[in-house]
Design a binder for this molecule. Structure first.
Ligand code: F6R
Length: 613
């Protein structure tokens, strides 16, 4: 939550900061602000609204011809305090010495505020952040700021990524990290910091990912790192291979649409990196301790949101292939309340696009405290999850900017499927027939996805036809239940329409009461062993006058008479259907949202990276 950008160097900081904020706006977009440092002053400009409006205001401001050589900016996703200009970041201390912006939540903010107010400090905003800003002003007495920074970090509980300008320390930016992501870089004549690596790729690919409990001092000459005890730290940079063009919209109207189209290429990359023609090949990418998979009796897939639906898909696949394992999938925020087991017979697999989701990180830390063996799947090399687990695999989807996850979901499902096969193979629980069948199936998915993308105009026409539905029910069975959840989530997120997902057999146990001619049912009915059961469930919905859209297999013309409309997709192995079925559901949600005039890449109330619990 919240996007941060900082710059200190020789060039005009204004454009660097605005550019960095625009690239991270998907992290939060309630309000935006920036602080620019001039020789003898710091100008703080804030608005309620988008970065484009901030840009207009900054460009209309007259700085008397002066050019700021350092500064910082912020896009906010409100936690404490309403959405207004006063609560927007950066915040300034009452004495004007400290200007600070923050991503995270300070849990002891109230306590600090009460104490400082009793000492006469006047607060301007309702935010938790201002407590940190006013406290630093009290702790800093001039000269080197490191002692005040260490005391500040020690005094706070909760999560923070701070970027700070100090009035009498020109040419310096201070950063600190605990719980919220912050990445730092130096490219010769300038230093940068940001919440998200994509904001820095225009300048450099050599990045320093700040660790928990770290402080950084940035100048145009370089970056110095310290622990919260003030001791200096040596850090190695990580080279991020992403191309800045990958984070560009190109000719597309929305990032989400571009990212949907990128799926065949992303899957080709992912699948070819870990498979041979007929077998899994993770020897080089995943080095597990010898004998681990024979000892394991429990496997837990843990994630949030769309990544959780990828987890459910992997859980179904693993369970279907090995009945000797206890396999389950958990929502990360609930994992902590379960007795997850202890010791090295348990393997937990954490899935997170960003690698920064607070709930997933907490779950992974709990698993560590119980001696559980941990693997992660993330899309961001250098992210916290990537660095903290025992083994990490990258989903190779490239930067995803649209708030609604699309290509990262299919990349996760493909990589998880390969991982499941590899783990079962190591356990001696995978037959060569299943291995060849599923790997062959996986390798044909990108071409089949292309065929679905070519049907976009038909899906668009359907979306326009059904956009005035009062809601949607998605129904499916077995491996397609997670697919119904993902289809419904896409519509909720970007079209703001009530949309629910059910295991088809559950409909008649309650939800069917809601059906009428304005509530559309989307039924997942591929040509598999469950087709007839699904069609019976569809008939039950039809009898209640609900309009029906079917997702069916190419050539299964028999279903045409049963639904009002059918979206056909190519045939595939039953376990792999979600990798195809999700593409039309993404396109459908996209076109419904577009028909309704929604803000597709930045839907209301959401943020891409959820770094608070
Ligand atoms: C849905 C979506 C979210 C994320 C969830 C987890 O389109 O994007 O539900 O899937 O917030 O995020 P990561 O995968 O970064 O942990």
């Amino acid at each position: 939550m919240c996007g941060i950008m900082g710059y200190v160097g020789k060039n005009d900081a204004t454009q660097v900061i605005l550019n960095g904020l625009a690239k991270q706006e998907y992290r939060g977009y309630d309000s935006a602000g920036l602080a620019l440092r001039f020789d003898d002053s710091i100008k703080n400009i804030k608005i309620v609204g988008r970065v484009s409006e901030l840009k207009k205001l900054v460009e209309a401001s007259d700085f008397g011809g002066a050019v700021p050589a350092s500064g910082m900016g912020h896009t906010r996703w409100a936690t404490h305090g309403g959405v207004n200009v006063t609560n927007a970041h950066p915040h300034e201390s009452a004495d004007g010495n400290i200007v600070l912006l923050h991503n995270g939540i300070i849990e002891n903010a109230r306590e600090i505020r009460v104490k400082l107010e009793a000492e006469g400090v006047v607060f301007a905003s309702d935010t938790d952040t201002e407590s940190a800003c006013q406290l630093l002003a009290k702790l800093y007495h001039g000269g080197d700021a490191l002692p005040a920074m260490t005391k500040l970090c020690d005094s706070l509980t909760g999560a923070f990524a701070f970027v700070i300008l100090i009035r009498d320390r020109p040419g310096e930016i201070w950063c600190a990290r605990k719980g919220s992501p912050l990445v730092v870089a130096h490219d010769g004549g300038a230093s940068y910091c940001a919440s998200d690596p994509t904001a820095l790729l225009d300048y450099t690919h050599d990045l320093f990912f700040m660790e928990e409990g770290e402080i950084a001092r940035l100048t145009e000459d370089g970056c110095g790192f310290f622990g919260f005890d003030g001791s200096p730290r040596e850090k190695q940079s990580i080279f991020l291979q992403w191309d800045s063009v990958m984070a560009d919209k190109g000719h597309y109207e929305h990032f989400m649409r571009k990212e949907i189209d990128e799926q065949p290429d992303v899957l080709r990359l992912t699948i070819e990196a870990h498979t041979d023609i007929t077998s899994v090949d993770m020897e080089k990418t995943l080095k597990l301790p010898p004998g681990l998979m024979s000892r394991i009796s429990r496997v837990q897939f843990v994630a949030c949101g769309t990544s959780y639906y990828a987890a459910l898909t992997a859980c179904n696949l693993m369970e279907s292939l090995d009945d000797t394992l206890n396999v389950r999938a958990d929502v990360a925020s609930e994992y902590r309340y379960r007795n997850i087991g202890r010791g090295d017979d348990t393997l937990a697999i954490f899935i997170s696009q960003s690698g920064e989701t607070a709930d997933t990180l907490s779950a992974a830390r709990i698993a560590k405290s119980k001696g559980v063996h941990r693997i992660a799947i993330t899309n961001v090399r250098g992210s916290t999850l990537d660095r903290e687990v025992d083994h990490s695999l990258l989903s190779l989807a490239g930067p995803e900017i649209g708030v609604a996850a699309t290509k990262t979901f299919t990349a996760q499902v493909a990589l998880l499927s390969i991982l499941v096969l590899q783990l079962l193979k190591l356990r001696g629980a995978l037959s060569t027939t299943d291995e060849a069948r599923l790997i062959g199936g996986l390798r044909s998915i990108p071409t089949k996805q292309q065929a679905i993308l070519a049907r976009d105009l038909d899906i668009k026409a359907l979306a326009e036809k059904y956009a005035d539905s009062k809601g949607f029910f998605f129904i499916g069975r077995r491996e397609n239940v997670p697919l119904t959840l993902e289809g419904a989530l896409k519509l909720k997120e970007i079209a703001y329409l009530p949309s629910e997902a059910y295991a088809a057999g559950e409909m008649k146990h309650g939800p069917i009461a809601m059906l009428d001619e304005k509530l559309t049912v989307v039924a997942i009915v591929p040509q598999n062993d469950l087709r007839e059961k699904m069609l019976s469930n569809v008939a039950e919905c039809r009898a209640r006058n609900a309009p029906i859209i079917l997702l069916a297999t190419d050539g299964d013309d028999g279903v045409k008479a049963i639904g009002n409309d059918v979206i056909f997709v190519p045939a595939t192995e039953k376990e792999l259907f979600p990798l195809l079925g999700v593409v039309p559901l993404q396109l459908f949600a996209y076109h419904v949202a577009k028909t309704l005039g929604r803000d597709i890449d930045m839907p209301r109330n959401l943020a891409k990276s959820v770094t608070v619990e």
